[in-house]
Design a protein around this ligand. Sequence first.
Ligand SMILES: Cc1cc2nc3c(=O)[nH]c(=O)nc-3n(C[C@H](O)[C@H](O)[C@H](O)COP(=O)(O)OP(=O)(O)OC[C@H]3O[C@@H](n4cnc5c(N)ncnc54)[C@H](O)[C@@H]3O)c2cc1C
Ligand code: SF4
Length: 510
Amino acid sequence: MIGPRLVLVLGDQLDRDARVLSQCDQARDRIVMIESRAESLKVASHKARSALFLAAMRHHRDWLVAQGFRVDYVDIDKPEAESFETALAAVIARHEPHSVLMTEAGEYSVQQSISHSCQSASVELEVEPDDHFLCDRATFETWASNRKTLVMEHFYRHMRQSHDILMVDGQPTGGHWNYDRQNRHAFGRQGPGLLPRPPAFTPDRVTQSAIRDVERLFPGNPGSLDAFDWPVTREQALAALDDFVDHRLAAFGPFQDAMWSGEPFLQHSLLSAALNLKLLNPREVIDIAIAAADAGRAPIQSVEGFVRQILGWREFVRGVYWRHMPAYLDSNALGAEADLPGFFWTGNTDMACLADAIGQTLRFGYAHHIQRLMVTGLFTLLLGVRPQQVHAWYLAVYVDAVEWVEAPNTLGMSQYADGGVLASKPYVASGRYINRMSNYCSHCRYAPDKATGPHACPFTTLYWDFLIRHAPRFASHPRSAMQWRNLARVDEARRTEIRAAADQLRLALG
Ligand SMILES: Cc1cc2nc3c(=O)[nH]c(=O)nc-3n(C[C@H](O)[C@H](O)[C@H](O)COP(=O)(O)OP(=O)(O)OC[C@H]3O[C@@H](n4cnc5c(N)ncnc54)[C@H](O)[C@@H]3O)c2cc1C
Ligand code: SF4
């Protein structure tokens, strides 16, 4: 083949500083970007998630053209856009390239599919590492390979040291690695008070075209586009970052685990989608947060708590994903086989916490971490829903959902399907935890401290049922033994009662 070189830019690779762009010969090479209908259909993607990807890609295309790059952009309406594979085959046939250059894909199966397409067309594929991350895959492998278990805290400290982040003379800034004890507050009866409103980015012409296309092509997909105001360009993402640092970072730490009815965003940054699309670089996000601490505009416990999420958790889950793919997606360590309850797609449930978390998810494509982990995720874990169904739901409904970050969080942290690769014990709790961290229970028909009876909280029933069902596996586990020690005080008759209540609940939800 004698044509140009193709430089493939995937929908979540909208990094203006990507190494592949600096290697691109503007006069000779072609940049290829592909919109694919299958992307919104293989998991029935939330409309806001699809619109966000399309809008951000179209803005990036316009920016590339303005920089003088020649772009072959496969629009979602073209027949070849049926799937990514059909589009790539058509592009290769059109240009007859001598090679394809790309940044490594974030998703395992996408990289496999591109390699396969190039091989079938006898085109050389050059893959560059993804500079977006602070820990490249090889470095993570080196760190992980001589350890028996992977502990995020150890990885995070290693990252702080090796990147000299929040360190002074070899010691953690402020004297502590971790401010979790100061960071686990609930709001109390008075609630969160007047909250700063996150900035709204009114859809411009390009974004409106993406919204129209999604409504037209995927009318049956879940979620609403009525409130769509996510940042879709680098400029907007930077404005969102500044706004978070100016108005919410200071209170982020203490209340990062708190929930409040009707308040979907609280003090959270709402930056995950912009980070995952690579409109923002994690290092710049970390640096600006630390600068706020240095200037006395945010306390160290908030800044460290925020840095931990990005430098620690975000990089850690990516390393775990690549280390354990592709088998990771099939994991089901607890043998969970129930179906996902239908109300996960509607929010129609009388459980106030789930109605609120799912309702805001369908409205905005957003729920914060504790809602994902300790409301929706906790419920599916306790109910024993098949992890692959839970994974499909999380991958569908959040604007920030991309597999490399979603799968370890869902299958590992939330569902313990990986048997303890990511989290050393299952995150299980009863309705009492939700009651402590939110005001949901105050207007729910159920009582969080009741496991049986007409007002039994389903979380509490299922929590005790989970402990009973999984006692042989966890009762002697050093980190979870406490919860099972409490179970030891429950006599056989009471256990039978709880199990019967749980069975009834499953029947009702089935
Ligand atoms: C079951 C489940 C599924 C999840 N799926 C996704 C997903 O598809 N995409 C995604 O980006 N995050 C996912 N997360 C992690 C986390 O919930 C979101 O990153 C966060 O809620 C996004 O909101 P925010 O930007 O306001 O975050 P903030 O609370 O403001 O946190 C700051 C940033 O830290 C990073 N971060 C925080 N927690 C995590 C984490 N556990 N793993 C990786 N990065 C983290 C994110 O980039 C986030 O923007 C999931 C968590 C759970 C429990
Ligand atoms: S009582 Fe139970 S179901 Fe109701 S809001 Fe509280 S935790 Fe959720």
